[in-house]
Design a protein around this ligand. Structure first.
Ligand code: NAD
Length: 240
């Protein structure tokens, strides 16, 4: 049996599966990822710009960087990876998507149950009064309309802890998943990269869909190397 057929079989047999996505799920939309050859960070250093340090000490450049990312996000759309997963949720094949992405594409494609481990780029909030605004506001002003405090994006910055409730949901989902489908992540960012280990330790299967090798490849039950959109579309055809 080929790998696509194997995944299709496992998806239909495992009961609703948990999906774990990274930046590679969104590259087909035109959003660069962080670490592969064309990744964002080949041009910019994340520790300098997407960090608590930059927010505190280099606010101007921090804002320029995030305005650029918000503009890029607002110009693109979800792709067939997001649409495919939303369709599988409707058909009872997917119970939850846990994502490291901040683009909001899973929800935009209709996914109902989504855990955002690294926050969202769709909103900004005031560091002083906490007031939340749509990300578009940040393109025009960096001062809070309410109190003139500094606005910042709703993403988790390097140097910040992950949101507690999202961690709880993600850990619980990974530990109880009979199958964790991991899509488009280098699995280099901690602690999110612990999720496949949790599933394996609890006796569940882990399937990786990624364009490049990852450190978890040897431990996975199945590795599908290639473009996520093509692979999911192929599996989708077999499920129909
Ligand atoms: P990463 O850049 O470290 O890894 C992405 C992986 O996806 C790479 O291994 C790459 O080979 C693979 N990939 C790229 N395009 C692919 C495709 N079409 N099909 C299959 N695989 C593909 O990304 P990560 O592991 O998610 O890193 C984590 C950090 O990146 C997170 O903190 C996340 O917030 C951030 N990030 C998010 C976005 C977004 O929201 N769209 C974009 C860039 C970075």
């Amino acid at each position: 049996m080929g790998n696509l057929a194997k995944l299709a079989k496992w998806l239909s047999e495992a009961g609703p599966v948990v999906v774990f996505t990274g930046a590679g799920a969104s590259t087909e939309s035109g959003l660069p990822d962080f670490r592969s050859a064309k990744g964002l960070w080949r041009r910019k250093d994340p520790r300098q710009l997407a960090s608590t340090m930059a927010l505190a000490r280099n606010y101007e450049e921090f804002c320029r960087f995030y305005r650029w990312r918000i503009e890029a996000l607002l110009a693109v759309q979800p792709n067939r990876v997001h649409r495919c997963l939303a369709g599988w949720e409707k058909n009872g094949l997917v119970s939850r998507v846990v994502t490291q992405n901040v683009d909001g594409f899973h929800q935009a494609a209709g996914q109902q149950v989504v855990t955002e481990l690294h926050g969202t780029l769709r909103q900004v909030f005031c560091q002083t009064c906490g007031q939340v605004q749509p990300a578009q506001v940040f393109l025009e002003r960096t001062a809070c309309p309410e109190c003139q405090g500094r606005l910042r994006p709703g993403v988790v910055l390097f140097g910040e802890a992950l949101p507690e409730e999202a961690v709880r949901q993600a850990w619980q989902a990974a530990e109880t998943a009979r199958l964790l489908l991991v899509i488009g992540t280098s699995l280099e960012v901690s602690p999110a990269n612990q999720l496949p280990h949790l599933t394996r330790r609890a006796g569940g299967k882990v399937v990786l869909v990624n364009a490049e090798p990852t450190a978890f490849d040897q431990a996975a039950d199945l590795v599908l190397r290639g473009q996520a959109g093509e692979i999911l579309a192929g599996v989708g055809r077999m499920l129909n």
